[in-house]
Write a protein that binds this ligand. Structure first.
Ligand SMILES: [Fe+2]
Length: 448
């Protein structure tokens, strides 16, 4: 797959559906092909990197670039308007010859949020990980300014908070580089839009923590082997790379607990951008459905799809026994899974997990194309997501084996048992070594 991407002329994350949009557009009374369900009332919003000026094609990373929010306002079966707007930032203001946008910039980050957008506490927020402050937008997507939850956010935020449907509070696991190299932070924002609680959780190596999971009991921290790479940072490049020596673990932090209460459980060496859903079980274990990559940013350092695509798995992790079992639910390429928003922290009923059909490699599609330029998107309140597929409903039990032994899900041949040190070196290469070259293993793990 890397060869396929490398064979493409230029940077694949700047071409086709990934190509930056040059204009900001406002359009009303959009033509509708088919039918919009009349009960949909609200905005469908998405955010994604959209470089405003020329970038170095050889080193540009998809996750870098000025944010651009797109939105469609739906009401009564009509698409009332479409707008796209750059998310305000210091760098966007400089290019426009305008004063900086208002709002405290705790780490003097010149960039703006380019990853997610959503509604909470009556406000529209553009969001990003790694340290940037959220930016408040108007209903019509114009930038109001940075908003650190009305002066209550100590530092960084995330692109992937989780809203608890029972309490209405918003939970996040956040990190900041280069400011916080030794910890991530659990942040709870109250229904009034103000931070109610923070907990600093020690970690090593500066891991890239893109998302989190939330259950009735736990906030779950993803401490996985994509970490700060000093050399890349010094070169001014996207500063994260594959680091299997870091290990791979999930931290189960009781929602009202402190850092000393967190329980870490080793999980397979892999990377996860997006868990779909998580919930507690009566035996103390936690079920997590998620998109799993064998490796991430190991060879191709321009974006996530150069080395391999994600498959959909179910992990059952028990913080009491500190064990993890994994099952492949769907070996098709999937990303951006979405659990029905009104049912977090409960068994999955309906979900979407589209294939990255518009991948830069131009690979096959198995379902509807997801908007490629948008890295992540969420539905603003008052508009319910529409299910396109139910991946979980197609879950089929797969063969699992004890320890770190894995078997190929295509040819069913057993793979070698790997020692921990070997496994941490490059499991993906060993999977590729199978006669059928399947990249869809299933495994069960047990850790002490
Ligand atoms: Fe994301």
């Amino acid at each position: 797959m890397t060869d396929t991407i490398n064979a493409a002329a230029g940077n694949p994350y700047l071409q086709g559906n990934y190509g930056p949009v040059a204009e900001e557009v406002t359009a009303f009374d959009l033509p509708v092909v088919g039918e919009i369900p009349a009960e949909l009332a609200g905005r469908y919003l998405r955010n994604g990197p959209n470089p405003m000026s020329e970038v170095d094609q050889s080193t540009h990373h998809w996750f870098i670039g000025d944010g651009m929010v797109h939105g469609v306002r739906l009401l009564g079966g009509k698409a009332e308007w479409y707008r796209n707007r750059y998310v305000g930032s210091t760098s966007v203001s400089q290019r426009r010859g305008q004063p900086d946008i208002p709002g405290r910039n705790w780490n003097d980050n010149p960039g703006g949020p380019n990853t997610n957008v959503g509604g909470f506490a009556g406000t529209t927020w553009a969001m990003v990980e790694a340290g940037g402050c959220p930016v408040e937008l108007t209903y019509e997507l114009e930038t109001v300014g940075r908003n650190d939850f009305f002066g209550t956010l100590p530092g960084a935020y995330t692109a992937h908070p989780k809203v608890d449907a029972d309490t209405g509070e918003m939970h996040a696991v956040v990190y900041a580089l280069p400011q916080w190299l030794d910890h991530v932070q659990y942040v709870v924002v109250g229904t009034d839009g103000r931070v109610r609680r923070t907990v600093d959780v020690p970690v090593n190596d500066g891991p890239m923590v893109h998302d989190m999971s939330l259950t009735q009991k736990y906030a779950i921290v993803y401490d996985m082997p994509v970490t700060l790479n000093i050399e890349m940072a010094m070169e001014g490049r996207f500063p994260f790379a594959w680091n299997p020596g870091h290990g791979s673990r999930l931290g189960f932090l009781p929602r009202e607990g402190e850092a000393v209460d967190i329980v870490w459980v080793d999980v397979p060496i892999s990377y996860v951008f997006h868990p779909m859903n998580a919930y507690d079980q009566a035996d103390g274990s936690v079920v997590i459905d998620l998109c799993v990559y064998d490796t991430m940013f190991e060879n191709d350092l321009r974006g996530p799809f150069g080395d391999n695509f994600a498959r959909f798995e179910r992990w059952v992790v028990n913080p009491v026994t500190r064990t993890c079992s994994t099952t492949v639910i769907d070996s098709s390429w999937v990303e951006f899974p979405r659990h029905r928003g009104s049912l977090p922290a409960s068994p999955t009923a309906t979900a979407t997990a589209p294939a990255p059909a518009c991948s830069p490699a131009g690979r096959r599609s198995s379902s509807t194309c997801t908007p490629a330029r948008s890295r992540c998107s969420i539905m603003a309140p008052a508009a319910a997501p529409v299910s396109r597929s139910s991946s979980a409903a197609r879950a089929a039990p797969m063969r699992t084996t004890a320890g770190w032994s894995r078997s190929c899900t295509t040819c069913r041949k057993a793979r070698p048992n790997w020692s921990s040190s070997t496994r941490r070196t490059s499991p993906a290469r060993q999977w590729r070594a199978c006669c059928c070259r399947s990249a869809s293993p299933t495994a069960s793990t047990a850790t002490g």
